[in-house]
Design a binder for this molecule. Sequence first.
Ligand SMILES: Cc1cc2nc3c(=O)[nH]c(=O)nc-3n(C[C@H](O)[C@H](O)[C@H](O)COP(=O)(O)OP(=O)(O)OC[C@H]3O[C@@H](n4cnc5c(N)ncnc54)[C@H](O)[C@@H]3O)c2cc1C
Ligand code: SF4
Length: 551
Amino acid sequence: MAPILPRQFQPELPVDQLILTNPPGAEALEMDVLFVGAGPAGLAGAIELAKLVKRDQASGGGMPDIDIGVLEKAGSLGEHSLSGAVINPRALRELFPELKDADFPFRQPVSGEAVYLLAERGSLRLPTPPTMHNHGFYTASLCEVVRWMGEQAEALGVNIFPGFPVASLLVEGRAVKGVRTMPSGLDRDGNPTSAYQEPTDLTARVTVLTEGTRGTLGQAWRAWQGVKSANPQIFALGVKEVWRVKRPLDRVIHTLGWPLPRSAFGGTWLYPLGPDLVSLGLVVGLDYPETGLDPHVLLQRLKLHPLVRPLLEGGELLEWGAKTIPEGGYYALPERKSGEGLLMAGDTVGFVDVPSLKGVHYAMQSGIYAARAAFEALKTGDVSAARLAAYDRMVDTSYIVSDLHRTRNMRLAFKHGFVAGGVKAGLMSLTGGRFPGGQIVMHEDAERPRVETHPAPFTPDSTLTFSKVDAVFKSGNATRDTIPVHLLAGRDIPPEVAEFYVHLCPAGVYERVGDQLRINAPNCVDCKATDVLGPRWTPREGGSGPKYRLM
Ligand SMILES: Cc1cc2nc3c(=O)[nH]c(=O)nc-3n(C[C@H](O)[C@H](O)[C@H](O)COP(=O)(O)OP(=O)(O)OC[C@H]3O[C@@H](n4cnc5c(N)ncnc54)[C@H](O)[C@@H]3O)c2cc1C
Ligand code: SF4
């Protein structure tokens, strides 16, 4: 059987729907600065901008009041947020110099850490690699951090609009002038029901894309403007659970090896979130070479390992979720992150350092820089690409880019599997990123051929291990099952490709029925994995998707 090339079955990104040249409607809501996405990047940006305006006014700088908006697709803040998370507090300290670490909504300081290499029945403790030292950092639930940041932003006068997914950028010439949101209340065929709400247009002098991983608008804007990067962006998928446990976990744990095959890049984590909660998850690079790899099943298998099982036994699964991570690092950063009327911050740009699994503080820090650039642009009345390029200069000379440069080839070294990658990454770590020099060239994940494999079926016990259907229930997803399908699949998907999507999607959205692909779109938790390798994800009615509380 010839290998499957995912790209061959993937539709093009619908750029013409995502970038609209229509002028904003007459009823458009006027804002000065709009952040698209209320994650750490968007909220840090909104908070910093509101503070800059207040500081300027207090010092007699003459800046008038401005309208700052944050649009979020989740029904309420934090419901679409998912991370590990161990958080480096550096950017939060810069954003709130008046607060102490104890004031931040963290769960606990990292008090110990361990790294293990797993085999199916055993484990070997490894020395902690320098990139994985987490002393001085904190464990947290990103949902809680985001909800808290939302409160801080509102207290500063920021307008937050949850339940408003942005469907398109409104442009004029090469300038971004604002956004159009998704309508709601459409039936399965796209016809208005009695609950129909029209799209809303919002104009802004500066629009900041902070839409997170595999940002749809960011992809479209870059394609439209022809913005390149040295390597294409590559992604991993993370699947995560939060458990109530009987005994506290006393340290942060990372594992390598089993249950991942040697051909795949990834690992797992277990983080304590206070005395009776544990976050555990598995991350796998989406360049894995076989069709039968199932990230959800791998996480279920992990829980049966002798290192993990005793910790969870007698406990309770509280929440389940999934999300992708941009893993391309330094060489996948776009050559510019700004344009006329537009800035991009956080995961949509790719500010994640994979060897340390950190993105939250980079997202916040880039949001802060975006706010500073937007503030200067408004102050001078010049939102041209040349003026907003000040943001690129701030980011490029910051610790965000220098950190990513130091680990520039470490993830990329794993493109030929775990063993060769581990040796090379160790040498890179020892030489501060100088070995092997140059750039390891990568291709898009969808360009990697997949060999057809058929894994043994896995039967969950519904106590420690769960099916995808149970998992989606635990994500809180209660999307109306009559909304239009928001996933754009290719035509005539062969059965073996349908099977590949079935394994890939952690939420059981894809089914193979006979030789046909069936799409249960309401199950989707917006992880974006199939946007990377298969059917395209597009925005859907506000409030659809998961309702995470602790992720
Ligand atoms: C499994 C996993 C584990 C991780 N572990 C860690 C860790 O331990 N430590 C760490 O520092 N980092 C970790 N990261 C990375 C970190 O979570 C991200 O780097 C960070 O959340 C990025 O912030 P962001 O604001 O750019 O994006 P996000 O947090 O993804 O926020 C983007 C927001 O935009 C919204 N949005 C998207 N599209 C639209 C639209 N069209 N309209 C309106 N709203 C939209 C989304 O709903 C979301 O709320 C992890 C990530 C994952 C997936
Ligand atoms: S269909 Fe939704 S949940 Fe499934 S992989 Fe794609 S984005 Fe993730």
